[in-house]
Every structure is written in C-alpha cells, then in structure tokens.
Ligand binder design. Structure first.
Ligand SMILES: C[S@@+](CC[C@H](N)C(=O)[O-])C[C@H]1O[C@@H](n2cnc3c(N)ncnc32)[C@H](O)[C@@H]1O
Length: 216
C-alpha cells in the first residue's frame, strides 16, 4: 500500500489555492514519503501558493527530513494577467505584480507545517548554481517553457542521490491534452533517454522516475 497523507493534510491540500488534482497529490505524497526514507531533503521547484508543498512538508515531517520549495513568486507566463491561469487575488495591489508568497505563507501556517519547510525565494537556476547538498527527491513544477523546464532539470537533477526520485508534473504525451505546452514531456523523455533514470509510476500528468545511475 502506498503511504497516504493524514486526512487533515489532504483536507488542507484540497483547500489550498493551486493546480494539482487530488489523484496526483496522493501520488506525490506517496513518492515523497518513500524518498524521505533516504534521509535527504525533498526539493520542489514551483511553490505557487503552497498546494503541493503541503504534501511534501507532511511527508518530510513523517520521515524526519526537510522540504525545500523554490519560487520567485512572480508567477509563470500562463499565470500573468490576461492569461488562462491568472488569479487576480495573487496580484500585489501596490506593485501591480503577482506575489504568491503571502498566500503561500498563510497556507503553510494554517496547515501547521511551517516547521518542515524551507522556502527559497528566487529564480530556480540562480539557486541551483550554488547548491551543493544531495537531495532525496526533486519535483519539477516551475516554468513550463522549454527554457525553464530544461534549466530546472539541468540545475537540479544532478543533485539527486542514487535511489532518489525525480518527479515531473504536467507531462502530456498527446499535444491534444496539453494546457501549458509539452516542455515537461520533453524533459521526461530526456531523463529516460539519459539512462540515469527508470520510470516508477505515472499518475495522470505526474511522472515518478528513480535515479538508477549517474548522469542527466
Ligand atoms: C504551476 S505553478 C506551481 C504549482 C504548485 N506546485 C501547486 O501545486 O500549486 C509554477 C510556479 O513556478 C514559478 N516559477 C516559474 N519559473 C520559475 C523560475 N525560473 N524560478 C522560480 N520559480 C519559477 C512560478 O512563479 C509559479 O508560481
């Protein structure tokens, strides 16, 4: 039986603003709970308002590790005003720019999970450039252009320990199904083609791969 979040964790996840459906959330939690047993941090690229972070944080709490989540909090291309995924509530009224950090902090606080998360505010490649710590899990759910998805893969996959899990969200093999482009699908194909990763599971658009040898 895959590990499942506590009912209050699942309820907090379902209440939180964000994009991840429950089926994928359950798969994310199960992977994080397994990866946490490696005793290494679990890292997410793409915090947004903390919906998926709740599950990583809960799995981190259960396994005694820390969840790290990265976002510049200014939103992806498709979340900007005028685009399909824009939410006017995420705009800072003073600056007129998106700022999802306050909502994220409220979400984590209400879920009682703040102590299990380190939130890093900045651009993913800039943080990856100075990162030196091995990771038990890397969850890529940041920008969905080729430029961003590739930079996330190249920046973070090298830090994934042997046996660690690489998760990629919004993988749509059929262009008819895609909402935000197929860059995550291309990253998924590249990871498999590298020979360094083996597929563990696919739940809707969430893919879970395990690092089975070195390289990217
Ligand atoms: C699809 S949302 C993440 C959704 C979140 N995981 C959830 O489940 O609700 C993508 C997020 O990635 C962030 N983002 C996009 N490109 C980024 C980059 N280069 N560095 C850091 N954050 C980035 C955006 O600000 C946005 O909040």
């Amino acid at each position: 039986m895959p590990a499942a979040p506590k009912p209050e964790t699942l309820a907090a996840f379902e209440r939180a603003k964000g994009f991840m459906p429950t089926r994928e959330g359950l798969a994310l939690y199960a992977a994080a709970a397994e990866a946490g047993t490696l005793g290494l941090p679990l890292l997410e690229v793409g915090t947004y308002c903390g919906r998926s972070t709740i599950l990583l944080a809960a799995a981190a709490r259960e396994t005694g590790v820390t969840a790290i989540t990265i976002d510049h909090h200014r939103g992806s291309e498709e979340q900007q005003p005028g685009w399909e995924y824009h939410d006017p509530e995420t705009v800072d009224p003073e600056l007129g720019r998106m700022d999802t950090l306050p909502t994220f902090r409220r979400t984590l606080h209400k879920a009682g999970l703040e102590d299990h998360v380190v939130a890093m505010v900045g651009r993913s490649p800039q943080i990856a450039a100075f990162w030196r710590t091995p990771l038990g899990l890397v969850f890529i759910d940041g920008g969905h252009t080729d430029e961003h998805a590739t930079a996330d893969y190249e920046g973070w996959a090298p830090h994934l320990a042997e046996g660690g899990l690489l998760l990629i969200h919004d993988v749509f093999p059929d262009p008819e199904d895609e909402f935000t482009g197929q860059a995550p699908y291309r990253v998924y194909l590249r990871a498999l083609a590298s020979g360094a990763f083996t597929e563990v599971s696919a739940t809707d658009s969430l893919r879970v791969l395990r690092r089975t040898s070195t390289g990217i």
